[in-house]
Ligand binder design. Sequence first.
Ligand SMILES: [Zn+2]
Length: 497
Amino acid sequence: MIYINGQIHTMMEHAEVCSAMIVRDQIIIETGTTEQILKLQQQGEQIIDLQKNCVVPGFNDSHMHFICTGLCADEVKLHNAKSIQEIQNECQKYLLQNGDCTHISGTGWSEQIIDSNVYPTKEDLDQVSTQIPIVISRICMHIGIANSAALQLYEAATGKILTKEQKQSGLIKENQLFELQGLLPQPSVDKLHKIILKQQAALNAVGITSVQSDDLFYVNAIQAYEKAQLNNELTVRVHLQRRFDRRATEGPFLTNGPLKFFADGSLGAKTAALEEPYLHSDSHGLMLFTDEELKQKLTQQSVVHAIGDAAISQVINIIHQLDPENANRSGIVHFQITTKEIIDKVAKRNILLHVQPVLLLSDHELLNERISSELQNTSYSWNSCLKQKIHLSFGTDAPIESFNPLLNIYAAVTRRSKIGVLNANECLSVEESVKCYTVEGAYAEFKENTKGKLQKGHVADFVVLEKDIFTINQEEIKDVRVLQTYVGGKKVFDLQK
Ligand SMILES: [Zn+2]
């Protein structure tokens, strides 16, 4: 197949733009001018006219929860709940519509949206049901509320005793919450397989061709991915960020990635671990592991969730102690609250960062409540990272945030939230942002020689955009639509259809 008349942003070293390329057997064989490439046409080889449209490599989301994003559509969504009553109503509605359900799991509530500014409680959920377990997690997914049945399930299944306060409030945090969610009846392989097929279509529609996905809290996730792979159904390349040391059978669309750990919680839940206490509080958040414990874990390539500066420093130190050159390419996911010293250390120690610029749009207001303005000035500092040549890749943490790459690029380029711009000197260019979404994503997967650029020898994963994001007004970037998405040279999304 030959593609001509495009504005093909190759993402090669010097930002080369070419107009044409040849794709054979899923791989880019040659790039160049339309004239040059047409000369190489083989007999019967088809030509596609890109009609001067902007083309970029397929986006690679370097940290998201692919299956969870798909499953969330099936869960009770509480993002708009303005009162405890509304939370109860949503749960009741789910019970009525799913008469045979074995449990309710919901997500999305936030005390910042609930009028009375309080957390829901065990009592509130017991009013919905005491028969089946109910667990509803806060929008950050780091804290949740359980009803009596869920608390009983936890104690019976783990043999652990919850504290009196936990039993009273139903409030469960971090690892205990993940453990509890893991005890709820698990979706079957078939159900997850269906979710994968549905969700990948949604990802292709916004130009995503690769994901680095943390899904393994679903025990059947690996089998479901393998089933889709065996049937040749995958149209997104999935690189697993693994919570357990289990591995999938690999293929061109399914590979095993780093182990995934959590070093702290979230800013919203005040469980991100900070050096200085939270504003108007004496709490420093929550470190989830001691240094020794973390050392036992980070023995191979790992990505570690760390949001607060205390947790980030801990992870930097442990990675450095275990792997001084960081040959494993271990990384930190989120990397939000930082100081100049931290960024210097990350650069020196060659540690990878997996960040989510889109978070800034929702966190900006919260930052003012939680963090001093001085510390804010050195946080979410991606331009400072790039200046020091740190390997910085972009993701969205979906379903926490929208998985739309154009919105994410908009956030990185403008840093403009509802309440204004956070540190304008940390804005990135469109070129830099696209690189973080493509080249750097591939680097984190050890695939920089075969993926992430539109050059000879790379897989033909690319996206045709309706507007040229490199030249339009930055405000427009978030609304730009994808015209077509190609994976391995195969068209997997077309806006016209
Ligand atoms: Zn995540």
